[in-house]
Design a protein around this ligand. Structure first.
Ligand code: AMP
Ligand code: ZN
Length: 113
């Protein structure tokens, strides 16, 4: 079982900030910004490449969860960044799709060197 599935099953601890029947959000263990949260579907979907037509609603729901988290943390007006890595060149390390949510400081331009 992958590390995020273990978090979903509460077999691994995580600082959970949001949970419903389809989605979970928790603080990244190695934050890259003052606020760094991972939003994941509970379903084990490995990468963006594995998304199917029937995931449309789930993915839309994840963005609405991101919006809710932003408001709750009071960063909705200042701003935030949502990022997904896919496969090796995309920098993906955990093969359970996750949406990085960064906030808490001006993040600057996206630089992909
Ligand atoms: P990615 O490189 O997009 O696959 O990102 C994986 C992210 O998962 C990294 O930012 C890690 O710090 C984070 N991560 C890995 N294991 C855990 C964990 N047990 N709890 C919280 N975050 C984790
Ligand atoms: Zn998984």
């Amino acid at each position: 079982m992958c590390v995020f599935c273990k978090i979903v099953k509460k077999e691994l601890p995580a600082k959970i900030v949001y949970e419903d029947d389809k989605v979970m959000a928790f603080h990244d263990i190695n934050p890259q910004a003052p606020i760094h949260i991972l939003i994941i579907p509970k379903e084990h979907i490995e990468t963006v490449n594995d998304l199917q037509e029937n995931h449309k609603e789930l993915i839309g729901h994840i963005f609405l969860v991101a919006k809710k988290i932003a408001k709750e943390l009071g960063v909705d007006e200042k701003g935030y960044r949502i990022l997904i890595n896919c496969n090796k060149d995309g920098g993906q390390e955990v093969y359970h799709i996750h949406f990085h949510f960064f906030a808490g400081k001006p993040l600057g331009p996206m630089i992909c060197k």
